[in-house]
Design a protein around this ligand. Structure first.
Ligand code: HEC
Length: 147
């Protein structure tokens, strides 16, 4: 992780999208779906707190925001050529419009990092807009690239 931190965001993304991995297509699909499921696990609870459906717990919210920020760096590596058919809802449009897709992944990394920073304030008025920005990023990408 230290090495990744030194590389910065551009480095992480560049490395992830050109990284050679020894994996079968179905493993890559399982991997990215698993990471997104873990993101949803935490983001869902955070959403309940933001919407007042659950009591806001600053420490727990911040811990989850940190986890989501870290997890957001991971899915990109699972979007490999030849992994857009079978048990997946990822659209082949990802291959055709790779730049836009990678842009969405970069936005996710940046906005979840901003949310983790906002979470440290413990101030819901600062957290809400940052949470909203992340939510828009999820939806924007799903609208274009997920079945
Ligand atoms: C840049 C694109 C992109 C962004 C941003 C993104 N997703 Fe996704 N997400 C996908 C794609 C593509 C799939 C389909 C993966 C597959 O089925 O192989 C997916 C799948 C999922 C799944 C289903 C996993 C499964 O088990 O099938 C969940 C849940 C999910 N995303 C949640 C989120 C949440 C929550 C966010 C925001 C915090 C988010 N995603 C942001 C592209 C994105």
């Amino acid at each position: 992780m230290k090495k990744f931190a030194a590389m910065g965001l551009a480095g992480i993304l560049a490395a992830a999208s050109t990284m050679a991995v020894a994996a079968k297509p179905e493993d890559a699909i399982d991997y990215r779906q698993g990471v997104f499921s873990a993101i949803k696990w935490h983001f869902g609870t955070m959403g309940a707190m933001v919407k007042g459906k659950m009591e806001y717990d600053a420490e727990d919210f911040s811990r989850r925001a940190e986890i989501v920020a870290q997890l957001s760096k991971l899915p990109i590596e699972g979007f490999l050529p030849g992994t857009y058919e079978g048990e997946t809802s990822a659209l082949p449009a990802i291959e055709d419009d790779r730049e836009k897709f990678d842009g969405g992944m970069k936005a996710l990394v940046e906005r979840t990092a901003a949310l983790a920073v906002a979470a440290q304030t413990g101030d819901l008025e600062q957290i809400k807009p940052a949470f909203g920005e992340v939510g828009k990023t999820c939806k924007g990408c799903h609208d274009n690239f997920k079945e």
